[in-house]
Design a protein around this ligand. Structure first.
Ligand code: KG4
Ligand code: ZN
Length: 336
């Protein structure tokens, strides 16, 4: 019927997700099977268990995605699959499924960089958005400020030297007893807290650097908690969550705005799981408004891992670079 249908497959961490997207921009279905309830009792994602659940779920997720989109396999023009970075055992399940389907049905296949997928979530949310623009990619595994010069090229201006922002959220949440998944729980707890209650040092690194370091904030929180406990004092969880978070967000927002201004761009997109954070969304909007920058913020469901963003990225990669072979491999580390 004239539409170009891409199937996007995502299995890099704890979400098995398959989506169907028309013309790289329109979501027909985006089925996300989360393993959160399974990993909660372990306090984090257990890689082996994640792989097994991807394997058990992937066929069912695919059937549902096709059903919800009212699409048959014969109508699928392209398969895009995350082939890194991520948990290797989890990635190979998606890649194997994609290759099997590509081979059996003679459908072209492309491997997608997960971080590139996160950026591409914006193309689904904003139909007219085209590169070039700046992007803040902020997830459980990565924190990067990049310049997206065309659909397939990102220039990295800065990244984390230790923990990713999402990792800092998750680790601090564990320390203060909020549990897994830490990010959304900290987001909620911080709503009830005072961000000025406890002072944590902001880590800006060298002047002009767009790199981040978040392990120091995590250590500061740990020291604060131990000190309070030694004195026999109760921890005020909302105040602690709000104060930790603000120390993180101040640095992230300041550096992002500085990078956008230095590059002379007028637009910045948010991408990755932490960009679902309500405080970051509000404060980034205010900072962009104050500096004449247009901000793009995908809906929270498009910020966290999903198959639709992989389909969007695959569509543009295929246009430019053609298909990958059946020797496509998965990589735990895959540079942007
Ligand atoms: O992009 P994503 O789904 O997976 C990775 O590629 O890592 O990001 C997951 C990360 C986790 O660290 C999670 O705690 C964090 O995103 N996250 C949040 C929120 N929602 C998810 N962090 C802060 N506030 C949120 N609302
Ligand atoms: Zn992700």
């Amino acid at each position: 019927d004239g539409r170009f249908i891409t199937m996007g497959i995502e299995s890099s961490c704890d979400e098995t997700s398959i989506a169907l997207v028309a013309d790289g921009r329109h979501i027909l279905s985006d089925v996300i099977s989360s393993q959160i309830s399974i990993h909660t009792k372990f306090g984090g994602v257990v890689p082996e268990i994640a792989s097994r659940h991807h394997l058990q779920n992937i066929n069912r997720v695919m059937e549902r995605a096709l059903e919800e989109a009212d699409i048959t396999l014969d109508e699928v023009d392209l398969i895009g699959v995350t082939n890194g970075p991520g948990l290797i055992g989890a990635l190979v399940i998606g890649v194997a499924a994609a290759k099997a389907l590509s081979f059996a049905r003679d459908i072209p296949l492309v491997g997608v960089n997960h971080m590139h997928g996160h950026v591409s979530a914006n193309y689904l949310q904003y139909e007219d958005l085209e590169p070039p623009f700046m992007a803040l990619i902020i997830s459980g595994g990565h924190t990067n400020i990049v310049e997206v010069t065309d659909y397939n090229t990102c220039t990295v201006l800065g990244g984390t030297r230790d923990d990713a922002a999402g990792e800092a959220y998750d680790k601090v949440a564990r320390v203060i007893g909020l549990g897994y998944p830490g990010g959304p729980k900290m987001d909620r707890a911080a709503r009830e807290g005072n961000p000025d209650a406890i002072h944590f040092k902001r880590v800006y690194l060298e002047k002009g650097s767009y790199d981040f370091s978040f392990s120091g904030i995590k250590t500061q929180v740990l020291n604060y908690v131990n000190q309070e406990r030694q004195k026999g004092r109760e921890i005020n969880v909302p105040d602690l969550a709000a104060s930790f978070q603000q120390a993180l967000l101040d640095v992230i927002i300041q550096k992002t705005i500085a990078a956008v201004q230095e590059r002379g761009e007028k637009r910045v997109v948010m991408a990755g799981g932490v960009s679902a954070n309500s405080h970051l969304r509000e404060q980034m909007q205010a900072a962009c408004d104050a500096n004449g920058i247009r901000l793009y913020r995908p809906d929270p469901v498009l910020c966290t891992d999903n198959g639709a963003m992989i389909a969007a990225a695959a569509y543009y990669k295929y246009q430019k670079k053609g298909p990958d072979g059946l020797d496509l491999d998965a990589y735990a580390n895959l540079p942007l």
